[in-house]
Design a protein around this ligand. Sequence first.
Ligand SMILES: [Zn+2]
Ligand SMILES: [Zn+2]
Length: 343
Amino acid sequence: MLQCSIHGAEDLRIEDVPCPQPGPDQALVKMGAAGICGSDMHYFRHGQIGKFKIQEPLIPGHEASGVIAALGANVTGLDEGQRVAINPSHPCGECSRCREGRENLCDSMFFLGSASVFPHAQGMFREYFLISAKQCIPVSKQVSLEELALSEPLSVGLHAVNRAGNLCGKRVLISGSGTIGCMVLLAAKLDGAEQVTMVDVLEEPLAIARKVGADQTLCVKPSAVPSPELTNEFDVAFEVSGAASALGNCIELVRRGGTIVQVGTLPVEGIHLFANQIMVKELDIRGSMRFGNVFSRAVRLLENQRLNVKPILTGRFPIAEAAKALQLAFDKTVSMKVQIVAD
Ligand SMILES: [Zn+2]
Ligand SMILES: [Zn+2]
């Protein structure tokens, strides 16, 4: 079977390796589709993301769907041939954060396709992979494997909206119109947001946002000055782009007493904020990290075709062409979600 692994910056290799056998509590899954995420692109280009550095070959990929190929002796509730979404999150279940129901903040999180732990948590850019059976969420055949592989990014959007509090009747600003921005948009609409405005520095991702339901879109220049076309009447702003100036804009544009949810990864240094505005406007600024207990809900929403996610899927490539797929994913004028597929 083929697998894709990153050995260092710009050193991606396609390897032919033997297919593994499931342990007693594991499932062997044939990969269906696996999305390329920003973190995979960072590992590919720089060999690291933030302080997580590749120390041994890393198989990327944490957004996948697949079909059960074989099951361990102890596994119940799953069948061979069944389609599944894979929850890449494996919290310890025992630390204080886990016990208070905030598993995404687990002290010893094991998250697939990540160099945050050593040995690394190997991901799903491979033809077959082993996974604990409880991380497989079975679905009916009515949803495509490509759409199902959006369960993880959709979970990120649902979690961000949960962090914001009830959006019913609210005016919402989303800064950054990539996959996660669009997922926050879908989740905000589902939660009853009255009007959602998307902002980005490129027109092409905004065109996709309009297709998936944005009420208003605005292409802005990358600068620290908020656009005069926007008013400061937003109740809630989601900062998804990870640009420091964009967070500054959110602070300016949200109304007094409003809420800002930080979803994007900001630069480590050099952030200049209108910090006094946080005090003067009594802003609530909250972080949103990956996702909590919403993965099954994301899977059901996709399974029941409740959301129009098809415009987000912009490309699919076989494992052998993973490097090409990753290169393409960097070009945001043509790509939103590029996926690796096994067939
Ligand atoms: Zn992701
Ligand atoms: Zn824990």
